[in-house]
Design a protein around this ligand. Structure first.
Ligand code: PLP
Length: 374
């Protein structure tokens, strides 16, 4: 290890998770969701592993992420769904990135790009079935369908997907799940009436939580994100046999003996109550170790769990190891799969009052991702 810290990504865990989720999908195809740098695990390397493990499609939020997959030479179907007016849609069509639209203005821009390039835009239409976030409200859905049907007749647009997203799939039994499924059925029926159905139109609504918990939500395609990385989509239901892929490690930058009554880090929130040994961990809130993690999470150093001592700083924080022998250069494990006694990402999320999605996507760009396994 030549850097102060690194995020080790176990690619064989990701492969294992694909196998677990393929079983849950029960015949539905998988779209590997690799937005936000593959949830902090590294866009291109993870995408290649997913494709090699049998995932047929990739999905990203932004178009820049979709284009980055193409720039890396990835040729599998790619869909980008969080799009805004202004494009660059000609570039998207030339790169063969499938797009998503929830309103006629954006669809019109995609059609204009198709006319300019001579390449038909492949578009997924998004319905709002009850999350009230993205997607066309069902009241406006017929208008969007009619616009898409007209553009299809012209050859500018091909509708390749009809989709939606759940608000509460991670809350088992939440009544909105069935309500959203009913609304999605209705949206699909309206699309069928508008002539926008058929075997080439992929219907999809399930994120990881719905994939593992709501059989009725599978349709043609499922869109797992968090579960691919081995993190439970419904923590109170256990780990579903998934394996956490990311381990975050750092090397102690300094270890030093300090007297009783030493105030530690900004604000002196922590004061030693005896002579003790302090270690300096070279990761801070700029690397995604939340400032608010002070006193809430533990790291593994010298074979034992240690609390963060004092404030987390931008680039570093301290640990107190009592009289244990540690030295500069020793490895500290912040989180991992938990096999050697280190905390898991789920434990961090629970202690920090958040979800694992937020922790992994915040690990900063200056922490190198190092790949293990195949
Ligand atoms: C992020 C995202 C997913 C994946 O969600 P997970 O909870 O990580 O499985 C699926 N679909 C859409 C539209 C998303 O934005």
């Amino acid at each position: 290890m030549t850097s102060p810290a690194e995020a080790r990504i176990d690619l064989s865990a990701i492969r294992h998770n694909v196998a677990v989720l393929t079983e849950h999908a029960d015949g539905a195809a998988l779209m590997g969701v690799v937005k936000a740098d593959a949830y902090g695990h590294g866009l291109v390397r993870v995408s290649r592993t997913l494709l090699d493990a049998g995932v047929g499609r990739l999905g990203t939020a932004t178009l820049s992420e979709g284009l980055a997959l193409r720039a890396a030479g990835i040729t599998a179907p790619v869909t980008s769904w969080l799009l805004t007016r202004g494009g660059p849609y000609e570039e998207a069509l030339r790169a063969d990135v499938e797009l998503s639209a929830a309103e006629t203005g954006l669809l019109g821009e995609m059609a204009a790009a198709a006319r300019a390039t001579g390449i038909t835009a492949k578009v997924h239409l998004e319905a709002d079935t009850g999350m009230s976030r993205g997607g066309s409200p069902l009241a406006a859905w017929p208008e969007l369908l009619a616009a898409a049907a007209a553009l299809r007749a012209e050859g500018a647009v091909e509708v390749v997907g009809l989709w939606s997203h759940f608000a509460c799939a991670d809350i088992p039994g939440h009544p909105s799940i069935e309500a959203q499924l009913d609304a999605f059925d209705q949206a699909l029926k309206m699309a069928d009436q508008a002539g926008l159905s058929g075997s080439h139109v992929i219907r999809h609504i399930a994120n990881s939580a719905a994939l593992v918990d709501v059989p009725r939500a599978r349709f043609d395609l499922v869109r797992p994100g968090i579960a691919l990385y081995g993190l439970s989509p419904i923590p109170e239901r256990g780990d579903f046999g998934l394996r956490q892929a990311m381990t975050l490690v750092a090397r102690l930058a300094l270890a030093k003996r300090m007297p009783e009554n030493s105030g530690v880090s900004y604000g002196h929130l922590y004061v030693t109550d005896r002579e003790t040994t302090l270690g300096l961990v070279p990761l801070g809130y700029a690397d995604g170790i939340l400032r608010h993690a002070t006193g809430r999470v533990e790291v593994l150093a010298g074979g034992r769990r240690r609390a963060i001592a004092g404030r987390v700083c931008m680039d570093q924080f301290m640990i107190d190891v009592d009289d244990d022998v540690i030295a500069a250069g020793d490895e500290v494990v912040l989180f991992g799969p938990g096999k050697d006694g280190e905390a898991t990402l789920q434990e961090w999320a629970d202690n920090l009052g958040t979800i694992t999605h937020e922790i992994v996507t915040k690990i900063g760009a200056r922490v190198p991702r190092v790949y293990e396994g195949t």
